[in-house]
Design a protein around this ligand. Structure first.
Ligand code: MG
Length: 203
């Protein structure tokens, strides 16, 4: 499986990192080794001094697709979860300055904790899903799927022009404003609505 991540999908987050609001989705890929499932800790890597959290809704892909039309895209995901796109912001800054790929800042082991998934039928409105992140029980990020620049269908249609989606792939759909640093011993809790979906210790 692969983990596809959308960047700069919320206007206020693009602005907080001084990035332009994109005309097309920006995406990158994390390998399977980035995945950590609920209950496992995140081990702070030795190559960064500025690991940031980015809380994101995550789609679970349920069938193979290439060149998926936007009008059919909703049939290619069946469940929604929440994840954290951990980012070595100091390393990413150097990548950006040098025009280098982002893998060293984004694709490292453990950089993609993902919760269990909820069937999409459980959501009253897929375009109005509230989600949030608390660091040490203080609210730090708050988002709503209706605030995305590119909605779930547009993301699936765009990404599948380039990369075949397969059953079991995950798509991180971008983070709202409020990203920030973690240090060892911090705790992160991610919520969909009021439901606590992830509880991660930084070690
Ligand atoms: Mg992200």
């Amino acid at each position: 499986m692969k983990i596809i991540c959308i960047g700069r999908n919320y206007v206020e987050h693009a602005q907080e990192l001084n990035n332009p609001v994109p005309a097309d989705p920006v995406f990158f890929i994390k390998p399977e080794t980035a995945l950590i499932r609920a209950g496992m800790p995140f081990f702070y890597p030795d190559f960064s001094n500025d690991i940031h959290y980015e809380v994101e809704l995550v789609l679970h892909i349920c069938k193979v697709g290439k060149h998926i039309q936007e009008k059919f895209a909703h049939t290619y995901y069946d469940k929604i979860g929440i994840g954290i796109d951990f980012t070595a912001r100091d390393v990413q800054k150097i990548c950006k300055e040098k025009g280098l790929p982002w893998e060293v800042a984004k694709a490292f082991d453990g950089s993609a904790p993902v919760s269990k998934f909820l069937p999409k039928e459980e959501f009253a409105d897929l375009y109005d899903i509230n989600f949030s992140l608390a660091k040490n029980d203080q609210l730090v990020q708050q988002g709503n799927s209706g605030m995305m620049i590119f909605n779930f269908e547009k993301i699936i249609a765009y990404v599948s022009r380039f990369v075949t989606l397969k059953m079991g792939d995950f798509i991180f759909t971008g983070t709202p404003a409020g990203v920030g640093s973690v240090v060892k011993e911090d705790n992160l809790k991610a919520f969909i609505g009021d439901k606590r979906m992830l509880d991660i210790k930084i070690k």
